[in-house]
Ligand binder design. Structure first.
Ligand SMILES: NC(=O)C1=CN([C@@H]2O[C@H](COP(=O)(O)OP(=O)(O)OC[C@H]3O[C@@H](n4cnc5c(N)ncnc54)[C@H](OP(=O)(O)O)[C@@H]3O)[C@@H](O)[C@H]2O)C=CC1
Ligand SMILES: CC(=O)N[C@@H](CCC(=O)OP(=O)(O)O)C(=O)O
Length: 325
């Protein structure tokens, strides 16, 4: 069975990772690529290592009124730029939006695939969660569901690789000279992912998440994202690990580990790692989560969601082991 897919934003980091995964996918056939500045180039001009069969595909100028016959579209556009255009994509074309414009928006399912695959399966419009939210929510969901932590008292300290900023990058903060051997916090008190995390923590934990604190840091690595989350709760480490293992029993992309997870464990994969360290005497639970920001944080999760809405095995095209070292 061949499912005809397109990627808009293919020249970007998220779109490029979607290309890599779709090129090796057993059921998806890439028939359409689109962008803005890259329009007119062949895929091989942008990605010299692309498989021969895709080399000559020309990147089109993005225009939802001029789509070929498509079953599914992956959108990987800068947040804030996709809502109007994606609203004009015919209903017959399913969409997975990797960007942030449709999260918790009516008509779109919030695609937290490891947690609620059944909510996603029948949908035609899926909003991929953000990279920090998926790492955080996957890690906290078992504790919230079991009532092991207080939803209103959560502090997230996050680290991300530079590719999290995209190749568009905005300003010069993301150049080699500025990022190599440097660490910087950003987005303090008002990062764009705060509302998405608050809303979902409340859905998962049944209480207000008003006390949420979230500080991301940019670290000098290409890929990878680690969240270290400080919570209030009287559970033991063993109780947290057991709750996560039970919550994620049989989920293919989740790994609950006794050791604190490391970013390299997930590199190039759709995996989500988590572990916990708790001290009941101090009412303290430390939850740790790792994803590849371009994998589970973006394109890997998008392919998982696309598999779900296409009636395919959830793992299709995503079964390879991570890159090591
Ligand atoms: N990078 C990451 O780790 C993650 C990214 N995301 C989200 O995914 C989305 C894409 O991010 P990322 O790939 O990193 O960003 P990039 O800056 O790397 O890529 C952006 C892409 O959008 C295209 N684009 C920009 N403006 C237009 C336009 N007006 N019409 C058509 N295409 C346009 C660019 O195409 P061209 O070159 O042709 O102009 C480029 O392909 C964002 O919403 C981001 O927040 C989500 C999770 C993680
Ligand atoms: C390093 C870096 O800048 N990372 C980005 C990742 C967010 C992202 O990609 O977010 P959306 O999908 O919600 O647009 C940031 O913190 O804004």
């Amino acid at each position: 069975m061949s499912i005809r897919v397109g990627i808009v934003g293919i020249s970007g980091f998220g779109g490029g990772e979607a290309l890599r995964l779709i090129a090796a996918h057993p059921a998806f056939e890439l028939v359409y690529a689109a962008g803005e500045g890259s329009a007119g180039s062949r895929l091989v001009d942008r990605f010299p290592g692309v498989p021969h069969r895709l080399a000559g595909l020309v990147i089109e100028k993005w225009d939802p009124a001029a789509l070929p016959d498509l079953d599914l579209l992956f959108a990987s556009l800068p947040t804030g730029t996709s809502a109007e255009a994606l609203a004009r994509v015919p209903e017959t074309v399913k969409i997975v939006d990797i960007g942030g414009d449709h999260r918790h928006v009516e008509g779109w399912v919030y695609g937290l695939a490891d947690i609620w695959p059944d909510r996603i399966r029948g949908s035609r419009r899926v909003a991929n969660p953000g990279c920090f939210p998926v790492a955080t929510l996957n890690t906290l969901a078992p504790l919230l569901a079991a009532g092991l932590i207080e939803p209103g008292n959560i502090v997230i300290d996050a680290k991300t690789g530079i590719s999290g900023a995209g190749r568009g990058g905005g300003d010069s903060r993301f150049g080699y000279a500025e990022t190599n051997e440097n660490l910087q916090p950003y987005g303090l008190l008002q990062h764009v992912h705060m509302p998405e995390m608050e809303t979902t923590i409340e859905q998962l934990g049944g209480g207000s998440a008003a006390g949420l604190v979230f500080t991301p840091h940019l670290v000098p690595m290409t890929r990878g994202l680690l969240v270290t989350i400080y919570c209030r709760g009287s559970a033991s480490t063993a109780q947290c690990l057991d709750a996560a293992r039970e919550f994620y029993a049989d989920r293919p992309f989740v790994r609950v580990t006794d050791r604190p997870p490391q970013t390299k464990w997930a590199s190039g994969s759709n995996l989500s790692f988590m572990s916990y360290a708790a001290d009941p005497d101090r009412n303290l639970v430390i939850a740790m989560g790792v994803v590849d920001n371009l994998g589970k944080g973006a394109a890997g999760h998008a392919v998982q969601n696309a598999n779900l809405i296409s009636g395919l095995p959830e793992t299709a095209g995503l079964e390879g082991a991570p890159v090591w070292p």
